[in-house]
Write a protein of this length. Structure first.
Length: 272
């Protein structure tokens, strides 16, 4: 009698153990309601890369997108980029090119959106800095048609400046003061300076102004003698050893009174 109870108890214990194990096995095998969807994993599986981190308007930018094969509706957009069109490049890669738009300087976001093969959303972002290049300030220049002159001589003057400069002129005592110039409307100013009649021999500064500010000074030399002929320089007297003895005369260093004077001797005497 005691043995029968024992066997029955053992059988009951075994049945309870098996019954407890069965529900546990069934729970492990059931799929999780969110396992196949994975929206968060799809977000992190895409990437967006730009060929440059910054540039000026008009700069070409290459766009590279990495996403799972079979992804659809991939789109890259940004206020800083003109229309971006992506094309498959194989191995889960899409590429495209765009130009930086005419926008104000600053930092702009670039975003990627799309749909993963499992229906999840694809997202990725990048940053692009837009900075227009500041053109170098134009360097004003001065050019004279000659660097020397005599009273009454005309000298051509050319000044080049930025196109928006309102006035340009040169000033020099060699020209008797200020010489106004005329503009062609594109930054080139021209005029004619005349060397002053009462100018003295020497060097003078020619000062160039653009927009009311002096930007350059060049040297100009003058010779007071006019008429287009060179000034006559004083003749240096002959040294005793350089005199010649005319025929029929004692070596006194002077020619006979009736002898013909050598060419140029009269002029040399006059300007001595």
């Amino acid at each position: 009698m005691r043995k029968a109870v024992t066997l029955a108890a053992i059988a009951l214990t075994s049945t309870l153990a098996l019954g407890a194990a069965a529900p546990a096995f069934a729970t492990d095998a059931s799929p999780s309601p969110s396992a196949g969807h994975g929206a968060s994993s799809s977000d992190s599986s895409a990437s967006l890369r730009l060929s440059v981190a910054s540039g000026k308007p008009g700069t070409e930018v290459k766009v590279t997108v990495k996403a799972p094969k079979g992804s659809t509706a991939l789109s890259v957009s940004s206020k800083a980029l003109e229309d971006v069109r992506l094309s498959p490049a194989g191995d889960g890669t899409w590429t495209g090119t765009a130009k930086i738009a005419e926008v104000a300087d600053g930092n702009y976001g670039v975003s990627l959106t799309g749909t993963a093969p499992d229906g999840g959303k694809l997202q990725a972002t990048a940053q692009l800095t837009v900075k227009a290049e500041t053109p170098p300030a134009p360097v004003s220049s001065l050019k004279l048609s000659a660097d020397h002159g005599r009273p009454g001589d005309k000298v051509g003057v050319t000044v080049r400046t930025a196109a928006d400069v309102k006035n340009a002129y040169v000033s020099s005592n060699a020209f008797g003061g200020r010489v106004d110039l005329k503009s062609d409307g594109h930054g080139t100013w021209t005029g004619t300076a005349v060397v002053a009649k009462d100018v003295k021999t020497g060097y003078y500064g020619v000062h160039a102004f653009a927009g009311g500010k002096e930007f350059d000074t060049v040297k100009f030399s003058t010779e007071a003698g006019g008429g287009g002929k060179p000034d006559v320089k004083p003749v240096t007297p002959l040294k005793p050893g350089e005199h010649k003895t005319p025929k029929g005369s004692v070596n006194t260093g002077q020619a006979p009174a009736d002898a013909a004077a050598p060419a140029g001797a009269a002029e040399a005497t006059t300007h001595a």
